[in-house]
Write a protein that binds this ligand. Structure first.
Ligand code: NAD
Length: 425
């Protein structure tokens, strides 16, 4: 194993929160942060553990463990999703809360960072059990969330219906309608238009700016999308409808497909709905997920899992731009290689921040009780995320650091400045 591979392996094996702390440490060093401020941002501000008793359909009470972590709220109410997953851990929730702080700050949103989770397998719960668990989660910690305190949202295995139950439970406890306590709600109950494809759309606005910097004409540019799920499907279909990109390859957990002349994302989506996968799509060539990364395309969009681009395959990447729609797809060793190769990397917490930005818009609309049309949501998202991209790009050029380091520098500095202004350190 080369030193870089060992570095990658070590990072992969380290706990997510340790990784988040290391990132924070190296950014503090780069920014020459006041050690008192560094000490504050290294750890979560608040961490709540709850045991949620739920009456199961068979009459027995089952206890579920739940968490809510607020990493930092110096810039405004904390914001972050709730995950329902059998393998949920407090360590992951802490890390994700920390990353939410940096994401909100990077987009210059008046919000902090939080995350929640419940250890459960929603696939094994009836609708009634799921509703009682969702309500139980909120009633166990409702004093610590609220429109001006901490505002949850959907995440892994949680959805608009669960958000509606949670909002309703909080409203009952508060004694009044409190739509702004949670985002990702159904449209009828204060959800925002434009939320469904916000993550993909936001990242594509970033890609549009990056293409200008790389002198890449997006009309006709070739794109490979790894992970044709919720985000990946919207990335492929919007890249083609907004910019005229050619989607030459897509993949999912079962494998990938390739067609030099371009694939039709909508038709692949229908094929996937029927067969459960993108593979065996008529008229396409089968490729592996590894092969997809090395294709001779202009843009690669990882939209699946973490640690996909490693020190091993990074040298084979031919694309000019890697747009990280997934969280954590590139290992630190691979980051260095891509930077040295001159690949323009759009870091995850910039590229996939469209979701939290439209969640913030949902809060604003809930506060004002006035709802925007879709066009207005898109325009405001474009303005926010484009500004964030340019602040990262300028920082990267000014300090000669890669785009991920620059994104950290922008967001951590904003949080640190706010801590100083508020006199916390
Ligand atoms: P999803 O479950 O809908 O889709 C994931 C897709 O990846 C699926 O098609 C799956 O088959 C595929 N996949 C799984 N393993 C793979 C592998 N080894 N190789 C190739 N493909 C594989 O999830 P999603 O909501 O689209 O989220 C995708 C990524 O985007 C995740 O990293 C998520 O954290 C991130 N993200 C999502 C949102 C959002 O709004 N949904 C927001 C921010 C970030």
């Amino acid at each position: 194993m080369s030193p870089n591979q060992m570095k990658d392996q070590k990072q992969i094996n380290t706990s997510p929160f340790e990784i988040a702390q290391k990132q924070c440490d190296s950014c503090a060093e780069f920014l020459n942060l006041d050690p008192n401020i560094h000490a504050i941002i290294r750890v979560p501000k608040r961490e709540i553990h709850v045991s949620i008793p739920v009456r199961m359909d068979n009459g027995a009470i089952k206890i579920f463990q739940g968490f809510r972590v607020v990493h930092n709220d110096v810039l405004g109410p904390a914001k972050g999703g709730i995950r329902f997953h059998p393998d949920e851990t407090i360590d992951t929730v802490r890390a994700l809360a920390t990353w939410m702080t940096w994401k909100s700050s990077l987009l210059n949103l008046p919000l902090g960072g939080a995350k929640g989770g419940v250890i459960c397998n929603p696939k094994e719960l009836s609708m009634g059990e799921l509703e009682r668990l969702s309500r139980g989660y909120i009633s166990s910690l409702w004093q610590f969330v609220g429109p001006e305190v901490d505002v949850p949202a959907p995440d892994v295995y949680t959805n608009p219906q669960i958000m509606a139950w949670m909002m309703d439970e909080y409203s009952k406890l508060a004694g009044k309608n409190q739509f702004g306590v949670i985002t990702g709600k159904p449209l009828l109950l204060g959800g925002s238009l434009g939320r469904n494809d916000a993550t993909a759309r936001g990242g594509l606005y970033v890609l549009r700016e990056a293409a200008k910097v790389c002198s890449l004409e997006l009309n006709g540019a070739s794109l490979a999308v790894q992970g044709f799920g919720n985000v990946g499907y919207h990335v492929a279909s919007l890249a083609s409808s907004l910019f005229g990109c050619k989607i030459t390859a897509v993949s999912d957990s079962k494998g990938g497909i390739y067609k030099k002349e371009g694939l039709d994302p909508r038709s692949i989506h229908e094929h996937k709905l029927k067969t459960g996968s993108v593979i065996n799509y008529p008229g396409s060539e089968a490729i592996s997920n590894e092969e997809l990364l090395g294709l001779d395309v202009d843009v690669i969009c990882p939209c699946a899992l973490e640690n996909i681009i490693t020190e091993k395959n990074a040298p084979r990447i031919k694309a000019a731009i890697v747009a990280e729609f997934a969280n954590g797809p590139t290992t630190p060793g691979a980051d260095d290689i891509l930077y040295q190769k001159g690949v323009h990397l759009l870091p995850d917490f910039l590229c996939n921040a469209g979701g939290v930005t439209v969640s913030y818009f949902e809060m604003v609309q809930n506060f004002s009780m006035y709802y925007w049309d879709e066009k207005e949501v898109h325009e405001r998202l474009d303005k926010k995320i484009t500004a964030a991209y340019h602040s990262v790009l300028n920082t990267s050029k000014e300090y000669k650091i890669n785009m991920r380091q620059a994104a950290y520098a922008v967001s951590v500095k904003r949080v640190a400045d706010a801590i100083k202004l508020r006199g916390w350190a």
